[in-house]
Design a protein around this ligand. Structure first.
Ligand code: PLP
Length: 371
């Protein structure tokens, strides 16, 4: 039987790109220090033990499809600036990217993606056969957003603009005036803005665009428990938008997709206010320390970040990302080779920020290789 004859008529199968954290692909994983992800692996997991174990009582029944208790907790978390009807919870934010595209993207709709960025927006758009229009950030200006270039690309066929803020892989916060300008002009042109704030927790809520939800009804904000709260394995994220949009997204979501353990644990995490402020302070100190230390290594170009990772350009060292990655693996360190990001090249790597001891270990290995 020829399966190829049964799949998508035009055979344009959307393939996934490689990502950080693919540690399971290595032969021996036990000793590896994984600096390739952008997940905070220092979350105090013991503090969620109770909610995790208590969830055992829930797993004999289907979970609440609408994650009502968790949404209530989120309304509290956002100090009642939003309400239950502004929220949808997904099995990871990836689930919501996919649901969003299922809901809004049709054949040949023009979808603007602000590159280089998380590659799965493109995947979800290609799956729906939308037409991708890539607009690149400014590499010569630390990958600042190019709002004029984005606005110039809006046509009568534009449906959505995807922006990640802070952006993966560079990690810095976009200028809020530039962002607001894009949201406003998009709104005037009936274009949706999909604003991925997966990393905003590292910078503090004041940088979030959640407060604009009631001003701009074209805005969809994506959030996740994966990055700052370090629970990628539980698969839980959420989106915030206008009632109409949330209502539509609900129609396209599979029933019961968010499991009850994830819902319970996420609820308990939102109450950990102390942890949240301590973690923001911790990373802002480590960012200062590491950016200074890395900048002392000849040839490295370090991009400013507000998150738990750094993008680095190796070109002036003469090393490629692949060469540095292979050399660091000899010291059991895995970093992210960023060659496959649309808009980057073979000289870019991304490293995760960890505790001081581990950061020093990484620094020493990089110094040794580059010297
Ligand atoms: C910018 C960004 N958004 C969303 C995701 C998806 O995360 P999750 O599905 O675990 O919430 C990722 C994962 O790497 C990401 O980098």
């Amino acid at each position: 039987m020829n399966i190829d004859n049964l799949i998508n008529k035009d055979k344009s199968i959307p393939t996934h790109e490689h990502h950080g954290g693919e540690i399971y692909k290595l032969n021996s994983t036990s000793q590896i220090l994984d600096f390739s992800t952008n997940i905070n692996s220092f979350f105090p997991y013991h503090l969620i033990r109770h909610s995790y174990i208590d969830s055992i009582h829930e797993i004999s029944k289907y979970p609440d499809t609408y994650s009502t208790d968790l949404r209530r907790e989120l309304v509290n978390y956002f100090n009642n600036k939003i309400d239950l009807k502004n929220l949808i919870v997904g099995a990871g934010s990836m689930d919501l990217i996919s649901i969003f595209c299922d809901t809004f993207v049709n054949l040949n709709d023009e979808i603007i993606i602000c590159q280089p960025t998380f590659s799965e927006y493109s995947w979800a758009v290609r799956k729906k056969k939308g037409k991708i229009i890539n607009v690149y950030r400014k590499p010569y200006n630390d990958f600042a957003i190019n709002s004029d270039a984005i606005i110039n690309k809006i046509t009568s066929s534009t449906k959505v603009i995807f922006i990640c803020n802070p952006n993966n892989p560079n990690g810095s916060i976009d200028n809020p005036h530039e962002l607001k300008k894009i949201v406003k002009i998009a709104s005037e042109n009936d274009v949706l803005i999909f604003l991925d704030e997966a990393f905003i927790d590292f910078t503090g809520e004041s940088n979030s665009f959640v407060s604009y939800i009631n001003t701009f009804n074209n805005l969809v904000i994506l959030r996740t428990f994966t990055k700052f709260f370090g629970i990628p394995g539980l698969r839980i994220g959420y989106a915030i938008s206008s009632y109409n949009i949330i209502d539509l997204l609900n129609q396209f979501q599979n029933l019961w997709s968010v499991n009850s353990v994830a819902q319970n644990v996420a609820k308990s995490i939102l109450k950990m206010k102390d942890y949240i402020s301590r973690t923001i302070n911790f990373f802002s100190e480590e960012i200062k320390f590491l950016s200074f230390q890395l900048s002392q290594i000849p040839g490295l170009k370090i991009y400013p970040t507000n998150c738990n990772f750094f993008l680095i350009n190796l070109r002036k060292t003469g090393l490629t990302a692949s060469k540095l990655q292979t050399s660091l693996l000899k010291d059991n360190i895995l970093i992210r080779n960023c060659t496959n990001f649309d808009g980057l090249n073979e000289y870019y790597v991304r490293i995760n920020i960890k505790t001081r001891d581990l950061n020093l270990k990484l620094l020493n290995s990089i110094r040794k290789i580059i010297n």
